[in-house]
Design a protein around this ligand. Structure first.
Ligand code: ARG
Length: 484
């Protein structure tokens, strides 16, 4: 046990040091720019929950990105003869993704701040913006100035400037930081918070779509802030090319045009399902796909790990124990991020979010399934092994022909439960941008400006999936009992 914990600590420390090694670059050259040119593709990271800057919308049942930042990204890609690839993730994951090389640049309505400047470099600004407080219309006589919010619950998007400003400028504020802006809007509408600190253009977009919200006339002290594009440190050529496009955009006043276009794109008609049904179907497909792969491969790896743990070789059984304990003792969310950022930062691989998410699910479920198998193997009557050995079968023959087939039968119900769990847990990979049910529900929250309906639909979808699966499992179990 003592060795076990030591080994575990060492393993964790090693993986952490690797993850923090940053790619080195010389000042006189720009490895990043070379790499982008070579791949012919510009990976732009953003959080598409921020209309009119970046949001998703459906065109003929297909989802596309739209907004000022998207137009700007397109222009930068076009000007440099690159293909544009949008990578959508939570705002507070963007800086990490940029530093680990998951994305090449960030165009996500990001404000230039001294803290961020330590981590990344910034382009010239392409917009300016100020902050406001969004409130419920019914409260318009209660809140007139920032002072009125002191000691009150106020929301902001996690990792944004607004989070900091709320803390600095509202005395004793009870701040509620939410990962995604639609969640913050939902918190406001459902009276979980009294106000939402938000940038003005975005607030205006929400007010247009939500009759029950208005912008408060409370004024923040600070001056207008610059909105910029973030690039990795030491990428002078990349920065130069971006600034060239920004200069042209400003000279020709293109931002105003982009804004107009975005405003048009934000309003579309049709009913909820004809507009957003495609998102939910796509989410359903991916949820089923990743959970299915999760149990199947989880079961294969899990069976091997279980055998390793039961093995006579101490080392092998130790390694299996560490594997199982580590995976069961750390949150799935952490594992998902470790795989997502680890594949690029440690292994230098360019792996899609879908694959990273699936790998994380497989690894995680394999640990649980290993324990299921171990219990299943142990539950096989000792007499079976003894009889097999009396007949002269060796260890592996006994295992594979006598014990395992019976064990599999023992564990089928537990495997079914694991499948059900996996379907629900798979929603966690939405955080890295895998477009399964939860992710797409969040996308629809963003585009429809309706934070509630998509959640209900997602809940119903998960329920129908897990409920039917449980039914099927009990049918199979009944059959198996009968055949005994
Ligand atoms: N401008 C703010 C900041 O940089 C908020 C940006 C949030 N962007 C988004 N796409 N959600 O902190």
């Amino acid at each position: 046990m003592k060795y076990l914990s030591k080994l575990m600590i060492i393993a964790i420390l090693i993986s952490m040091t690797f993850i923090y090694i940053e790619p080195m670059a010389h000042a006189d050259e720009d490895a990043k720019w070379e790499k982008i040119k070579q791949s012919g593709e510009l990976k732009v990271g953003l959080s598409a929950d921020y209309a009119p800057l970046e949001f998703e919308k459906t065109v003929n049942g297909k989802s596309v990105y739209a907004g000022i930042d998207i137009e700007l990204a397109k222009k930068i890609a076009d000007d440099n003869h690159l293909k544009l690839k949008i990578v959508n993730m939570q705002f507070d994951s963007l800086l990490g993704a940029l530093k680990t090389g998951k994305i090449d640049i960030i165009i996500s309505g990001m404000t230039s701040t001294p803290e961020r400047k330590k981590e990344v470099d910034f382009s010239d600004s392409y917009m300016e913006s100020s902050n406001v407080v969004l409130i419920r219309k019914s409260d318009k006589d209660t809140y007139h100035s920032l002072k009125d919010f002191s000691n009150k619950k106020v929301a902001a998007q996690k990792g944004t400037e607004q989070e900091k400003i709320a803390q600095q400028e509202i005395a004793n504020v009870d701040l509620n930081s939410l990962n995604r802006l639609p969640d913050a809007i939902l918190a406001l509408k459902s009276k979980k918070v009294e106000g939402l600190v938000i940038e003005k253009p975005v607030a205006e977009a929400y007010v247009k779509q939500n009759e029950d919200l208005i912008i408060d006339n409370a004024d923040f002290n600070e001056a207008k802030k610059e909105t910029v594009i973030a690039v990795p440190k030491n990428s002078p050529l990349l920065l130069e090319h971006i600034n060239k496009t920004i200069k042209e955009v400003k000279d020709k006043k293109l931002i105003d045009q982009y804004m107009e276009k975005a405003a048009k794109e934000m309003q579309d008609d049709g009913n909820f399902f004809s507009k957003y049904g495609a998102f939910f179907i796509k989410g359903l497909k991916n949820t089923i796909l990743i959970s299915f792969i999760g149990v199947i491969f989880g079961a294969i790896i899990g069976a091997l790990i279980a055998l390793a743990k039961l093995s006579k070789f101490k080392l092998l059984s130790w390694i299996a124990s560490i594997y199982i304990e580590f995976l069961r003792g750390t949150p799935m969310l952490v594992q998902v991020f470790l795989v997502f950022f680890g594949t690029t930062a440690v292994l230098g691989l360019d792996v899609s979010a879908l694959i990273c998410g699936t790998i994380a699910l497989v690894i995680n479920s394999s640990a649980y399934i290993a324990e299921i198998f171990r219990a299943g193997i142990n539950a096989v009557d000792k007499g079976q092994t003894e009889a097999a050995q009396c007949l002269g079968l060796n260890y592996s023959k006994t295992m594979f022909h006598i014990v395992l087939p019976q064990a599999v039968k023992n564990v089928l119900p537990a495997l079914g439960n694991e499948f059900v769990t996996l379907i629900k847990e798979s929603s966690i990979v939405s955080t890295i941008g895998v477009s399964e049910i939860m992710f797409n529900a969040q996308v629809v929250q963003g585009i429809s400006f309706d934070p509630f309906t998509p959640l209900i639909i997602a809940a119903v979808m998960y329920f129908v999936l897990t409920f039917s699966l449980s039914r099927i499992m009990s049918l199979i179990e009944g059959r198996m009992k009968a055949s005994d």
